[in-house]
Design a protein. Structure first.
Length: 619
């Protein structure tokens, strides 16, 4: 536990998950690029320019391009090292993040690699056909109907190198049908997704393996080969595809899958599939989300070396040409690029301050006397020191339990209860301050009783759906105060009226934050590695829309804000839900006869739903 607290206190595990992209200096988090601006300065700039007071998504397109460059460089180094005869290619699966502020800079910045796009729906395929670099590949996965297959044929006519991957044998019937409707003049490349016996590792392991909902069995692969041959379409069979799971924590399942798919590839080539030249290993490259210990037990170099070496050995054994290698790793590319920043609105112990203590004065009213337990708590608070801190804190907690019991029985009044709560909290805060100087690790034994509740201006359901849905861990840390010990074990609350909108304190993976006076200063938290899936999976629970977002690009080393996109306003959210807004506004506005209030109501309708409270709003 001591090691974990050291990580959390000193740098929030930034050396584990940060990958050199962020660092701490002068008590603030900075981005390790150009003039190395601090995140808090970027946030202040956005808030001053755009008036944004709610949560903010900060995207760093250069981090996306860094991931792409690292992926290509590492694989090409492995290819060169093993004298491998195939090429390396990659596509980005649009399901991971379809937002234009992410996709468009990525497509533009990755032209030199011919980095392509993968689509899993008609809408995603339309995006790929609109924005993909013309020389870059497009792959189409997921279940398809005839219309989606026709889109693939249209993409061929547009000049794209597109591969339609069969997820089931019935899809081949549709491709053959459309092929004949176009008189056999042209056809997309065809890939076979194979249902391997091998499965993956990690939270999403079930997306691969023999029980996966995707892919062809051995029998179906042979059937597909025969159908393609009968229809003179075998030259279009160009790719074997498999996927054994997202965010793999171990590389061992990949090695098994490579051997299995490699032998399928080699046998099909030997049978006569002479244009079968590609193996698509799907996604699965993991990133390190943990703030406490490494959970990904391999490096990218090990990953690429194993892929290249294994395929080279199999093809050598089988006497066939080494295939080109394709990957579809989206999380690895997208996650590091985006930081969610949210202000703290309130600390739920802030009412427990000395200024709120109202001890009874018997000189004014002889009948108003503090109970003995209140007097004892006050004495504990005044006399506490390093030697007595832990003992006094335990005494205070016991006294508070007794006071609450007495209140329930009617023996003390509400003022006594309030005073007891305030004094107990003050003793706890003083204990933390004293023990953090003497021996901070003593707090491990009492942290469950001293949690602070931080109310954040965001929705977990909208911005961190994977935390709510599958307990996905995301690195979280304050943007400032990092030169001051964080002494409060923190529970995070969002502003939804849902009890699930909470990130509770976890003693095994503790989050410690600072005791701040929000009347005097603002306090921001950053959630890192949120660029994959969170944007597109976010739901409008309580009708909170996506946060405002901005791209930060570096020009001559300076951070420049671009493509600011404000959070959706209430009018547009309701319209998205298919409310007839003309009718809604008629009903809403007709009930008011006060012009000033009517103006205010119309103004609110054009604003987003996040809260406008905090120090800046009080000025």
């Amino acid at each position: 536990m001591k090691a974990k607290k050291s990580i959390s206190l000193n740098n929030y595990g930034i050396d584990i998950w940060g990958d050199g992209n962020f660092f701490i200096e002068d008590g603030v988090v900075k981005i390790n690029n150009g003039e190395k601006p601090s995140l808090i300065d970027i946030v202040k700039k956005v808030r001053s320019d755009g008036g944004n007071k709610g949560p903010l998504l900060i995207r760093f397109p250069h981090l996306t391009l860094k991931q792409i460059d690292t992926l290509y460089t590492t694989f090409n180094n492995s290819i060169k090292s093993y004298n491998y005869d195939g090429t390396f290619n990659a596509v980005f699966p649009l399901k991971v993040n379809q937002f234009p502020n992410f996709v468009l800079p990525m497509v533009e910045g990755s032209k030199k690699y011919n980095y392509g796009l993968e689509a899993g729906s008609k809408a995603e395929l339309i995006l790929a056909m609109s924005y993909n670099n013309i020389d870059a590949p497009i792959t189409v996965n997921g279940f398809k109907d005839k219309e989606m297959i026709i889109l693939g044929f249209i993409a061929v006519k547009m000049g794209y190198n597109i591969t339609i991957t069969l997820e089931g044998i019935n899809e081949l019937d549709k491709i053959i049908e459309v092929y004949h409707e176009f008189n056999g003049e042209f056809c997309p490349n065809i890939g076979l997704r194979v249902r391997l016996h091998s499965g993956g590792s990690g939270v999403w392991a079930k997306s691969g393996g023999i029980d996966s909902k995707f892919g062809l069995s051995s029998t179906e692969i042979l059937e597909a080969y025969e159908d393609l041959s009968k229809n003179n379409m075998l030259p279009y069979l160009s790719m074997i595809h498999f996927h054994i799971g997202s965010a793999m924590t171990s590389i061992m399942p990949l090695k098994k899958a490579l051997k299995e798919s490699g032998h399928i590839y080699a046998e099909l080539v030997t049978m006569g599939a002479s244009n079968l030249k590609n193996i698509n290993i799907g996604g699965g490259l993991g990133i390190e989300y943990s703030q406490f210990h490494k959970e990904k037990h391999y490096s990218l170099e090990e990953f690429s070396n194993d892929v290249v070496f294994t395929l080279k050995e199999i093809t050598k054994q089988k006497g066939v040409k080494e295939p080109n290698i394709f990957t579809e790793s989206g999380r690895f590319i997208a996650a590091p690029s985006t930081v969610l920043v949210t202000p703290v609105l309130e600390l739920f112990s802030s009412e427990y301050e000395l200024e709120n203590l109202k001890l009874k004065d018997s000189n004014e009213d002889p009948t108003r006397i503090d109970p003995p337990l209140i007097k004892e708590l006050y004495d504990l608070y005044k006399s506490i020191n390093v030697k007595t801190a832990r003992e006094y804190m335990h005494d205070a907690l016991e006294h508070l339990e007794s006071l609450l019991t007495l209140f329930s029985l009617g023996y003390i009044d509400l003022q006594d209860r309030s005073n007891g709560e305030i004094l107990t909290h003050l003793i706890i805060k003083k204990t933390i301050s004293l023990l953090s100087v003497e021996d901070y690790t003593e707090l491990v034994k009492i942290e469950a009783k001293i949690q602070e509740k931080y109310l954040l201006n965001f929705s977990i359901f909208q911005s961190l759906p994977d935390f709510w849905g599958i307990d996905q861990e995301f690195p979280v840390m304050p943007l400032t105060h990092l030169d001051i010990p964080a002494t409060r074990s923190a529970t995070l609350w969002d502003i939804t009226c849902d009890s699930d909108g909470e990130m509770p304190f976890n003693p095994k993976k503790p989050l410690y934050l600072h005791d701040v006076d929000l009347k005097k200063e603002e306090y921001f938290l950053g959630f890192f590695l949120v660029g994959a899936y969170q944007d597109v999976l976010g739901m409008k629970h309580n009708l909170f829309a996506s946060p405002s977002e901005v791209n930060v690009v570096f020009e001559n080393g300076k951070a420049v804000l671009k493509d600011f996109l404000p959070s959706q306003n209430i009018h547009d959210i309701l319209e998205d839900l298919d409310y007839h807004m003309f009718n809604l506004q008629q009903k809403l506005f007709s009930k008011l006869r006060d012009d000033d209030l009517l103006f205010t109501l119309k103004k609110f309708l054009k604003d987003n739903g996040y809260l406008k409270i905090g120090m800046s709003s009080q000025k």
